[in-house]
Design a protein. Structure first.
Length: 203
């Protein structure tokens, strides 16, 4: 019996002007920032994503968006946040609560939903990853920190080669496509990777 897939969120930071993406490098491996949603992610109202896109209830849209933005900051030290209005509902727990003390909140408007990926059934620790992208121009870096990764590297999808993470690899090129391009779902069957578009009217 396959293990139940655990919810994760990932973010690909893209520079559309140069066609390059920000990735982390640890011990020679390239890494896409990816974390589990935590308490404090999703505080306040958020742009709702269709259930068929998200693979979860629409009310969880904000939690995945905030987790993706938090992953970028924690892994690469790149912050995408905005000043919080006086009436904003701010996180009281987790990583975003620390930002809230500086008067900042996640800038969800900077995000584009690329799709989701489910790890192969044979993996002992499977993820169901919601993948987002954001443009380099959205990075504010009003707070500084060193990311978990040893280095931040800017690479084209071609020069990045094959990630050690086949579930997320298709999203590298997808992050540089036209914003109107449909999000995709990545799954695995009989050892083969399957990529299919996600449409709003699917049931």
């Amino acid at each position: 019996m396959s293990a139940r897939a655990i919810d994760f969120a990932a973010l690909v930071l893209a520079d559309p002007h140069t066609g390059r993406l920000a990735l982390g490098r640890n011990d020679g491996s390239l890494i896409v920032p990816c974390v589990r949603p935590e308490r404090g992610d999703g505080a306040g109202a958020a742009p709702a994503l269709p259930r068929v896109w998200l693979g979860a209830a629409e009310i969880r849209s904000g939690a995945f968006q905030d987790a993706a933005l938090r992953a970028l900051f924690e892994y690469l030290g790149q912050l995408i946040a905005r000043p919080a209005p006086a009436d904003a509902v701010l996180a009281r727990d987790g990583g975003w609560s620390r930002m809230a003390r500086h008067g900042l909140m996640p800038d969800r408007a900077a995000l584009r939903f690329l799709g989701r990926a489910i790890d192969p059934a044979h993996m002992p620790r499977r993820r169901h990853v919601r993948v987002f992208s954001a443009p380099l121009s959205a990075v504010s870096n009003s707070l500084k920190r060193r990311g978990w990764c040893e280095r931040l590297v800017w690479l084209t999808p071609q020069s990045a080669g094959s990630l050690d993470d086949p579930s997320l690899e298709p999203f590298l090129a997808h992050a540089l496509t036209d914003p109107d391009t449909a999000p995709v779902k990545v799954t695995f069957r009989a050892g083969q990777r399957l990529i299919q578009p996600l449409e709003r009217d699917l049931t």
